[in-house]
Design a protein around this ligand. Structure first.
Ligand code: AMP
Length: 120
């Protein structure tokens, strides 16, 4: 899928839409989800233009990938959820329920996150 420069996270990266920043470095930006599903709900996005996890994992450079996952770990530390535990979620594509077409990882914690997925 071609990358959409007008997706909401691209606008956040360009500073066109505000975000509540947790951290930012050369490879990644972490910010609070606008509709938190748990007391801690942070999104971490790479700075590169990757629509989803598959694109990121297959096209991003090793430096981008290492930088991204280091930022995820750092954001979890900053949020204070490392001791108590947390969940990482990367919704991917239509069946995965991905709404924003810029790869992102959710960090969920600050309380029991609940069953891994709804069983329907
Ligand atoms: P996903 O369904 O995995 O694509 O998740 C997209 C997430 O982005 C949802 O949890 C939304 O609440 C969140 N979101 C959408 N717009 C914004 C925004 N402007 N700032 C922060 N989070 C947002």
């Amino acid at each position: 899928m071609a990358y959409d420069d007008n997706n909401v996270f691209a606008k956040i990266l360009r500073g066109e839409i505000p975000s509540k920043k947790v951290l930012e470095d050369a490879h990644a930006l972490a910010f609070h989800d606008i509709h938190p599903a748990r007391p801690v709900h942070i999104l971490v996005i790479p700075k590169g233009k990757y629509t989803d996890f598959t694109e990121f994992a297959t096209r991003a450079t090793p430096a981008e990938q290492t930088g991204f996952w280091s930022a995820v770990a750092e954001a979890a530390k900053k949020a204070g959820v490392v001791e108590t535990g947390y969940r990482l979620v990367a919704n991917t594509g239509a069946n995965g329920g991905q709404e924003v077409p810029h790869f992102h990882v959710h960090i969920l914690g600050g309380g029991r996150v609940g069953p891994m997925v709804a069983r329907d």
